[in-house]
Design a protein around this ligand. Structure first.
Ligand code: ADP
Length: 347
């Protein structure tokens, strides 16, 4: 369990985190969402004892990080996957971590296996791709077999196979009863993975809810239906008073939830090959919910940005250079494009 209470962080005149109160429960994957600059990293840093709150507190399994007796065995974190000595092999990096935390070396081999790094364990971390670096970061987070996991943008820069791997891994970790918090600035991707959402903007809490409630409350709960008999389906939906849009591939979008579709097609015996919740509307809901925060940040920006990584709408990273964060923070069409891809439905 992670509990933030009135958590606040100010840097000079900037309030990065503003009175945040939320809980992250065990046995679930919780997404920590907000546009770039919302205060996610600052919150996670306070969670992990890397920054001191200006006010309020955040506890992990009942205690602030600094007071945990065995931090690595209590909470595993992926914060900056690049923070590994480039000259060290993956194996050595994990061995050093294990040794300094009194974790048996046998566990090093377990996490190497678990994260699919067996083939590259003797390679120096400096030669790793972004995806392999993420896996190494996750191996380190899992080393102490912790009950709580905090992952900052774990799918950043991963290829589709890596993204799928992370998704399965975090779901698996949660099903073992662990508390999993993963941050992201991408709604579409997060929607496929998480049970609950904590959404922040401008350092403030915007939503703390289940994925299902979020969809019901903020998205037009539209679905896309693929059927070999679109005309019959349209007639059934028209008859039920549900707004329908046709697509070029013969599928239909309907302004209702998958439950209602299921009931109607069963009652009228219409064959259906696929029902997908419309993630584009989910992405739009996220954009709507966080729009004020984004505009505020865009106005306020004046070149005082902290150096560091720049998060791109596509999930890749590039080094921060000429104030590009602003670009990434606008509700860009690019994000919608990603959410529009087929097969990106919500459970
Ligand atoms: P996110 O992770 O959601 O993108 P951050 O936590 O990185 O957001 O940043 C929140 C706000 O706090 C931003 O305005 C950022 O520029 C500011 N900020 C974060 N860390 C520092 C710091 N060390 N010094 C000054 N400002 C900071």
């Amino acid at each position: 369990m992670i509990e933030a209470t009135e958590l606040t962080k100010r840097y000079g005149g900037t309030t990065a985190v503003d009175g945040l109160t939320f809980r992250v429960r065990p046995g679930l994957v919780t997404g920590f969402l907000g546009p770039n600059g919302a205060g996610k990293t600052t919150t996670l840093r306070m969670m992990l004892g890397l920054d001191r709150p200006t006010a309020g507190e955040v506890r992990i399994d009942g205690a602030p990080y600094r007071r945990l007796r065995d931090p690595l065995r209590t909470v595993g974190a992926l914060l900056d996957a690049g923070a590994v000595h480039p000259g060290r092999t993956a194996l050595n990096h994990l061995r050093c971590l294990a040794r300094s935390n009194r974790i048996p070396v046998r566990r090093v081999h377990e996490v190497i296996e678990l994260t699919g790094l067996s083939g590259v364990a003797d390679r120096r971390a400096g030669t790793f791709s972004l995806g392999m670096g993420q896996r190494l970061g996750i191996a380190a987070a899992l080393l102490g077999d912790p009950a709580v996991l905090v992952l900052d943008e774990p799918v950043n820069g991963l290829d589709p196979e890596g993204v799928r791997w992370i998704r399965n891994l975090v779901r698996d970790l949660a099903s073992q009863g662990r508390t999993v918090l993963m941050s992201s600035h991408l709604m579409g991707e997060t929607a496929l993975t998480v049970d609950r959402l904590v959404v922040i903007g401008r350092g403030r809490l915007l939503a703390d809810t289940t994925m299902a409630e979020f969809v019901d409350r903020y998205a037009d709960a539209g679905v896309r239906v693929r059927t070999p008999e679109p005309r019959r389906l349209r007639a059934v939906l028209d008859g039920a008073g549900i707004a329908v849009t046709d697509h070029a591939d013969g599928s239909l979008s309907a302004a209702t939830g998958p439950e209602r579709i299921g009931e109607l097609v069963a009652a009228h015996a219409v064959p259906v090959h696929e029902v997908t919740r419309n993630t584009a509307s989910l992405e739009e809901a996220f954009m709507r919910l966080t729009a004020d925060a984004v505009e505020y940040r865009a106005e306020r920006r004046g070149g005082t940005e902290r150096p560091g990584k720049t998060k791109q709408p596509g999930g890749a990273e590039r080094p921060a250079a000429a104030g590009r964060r602003g670009e990434a923070e606008r509700p860009a069409a690019g994000r919608r494009g990603e959410a529009d891809q087929p097969g990106r439905g919500v459970r």
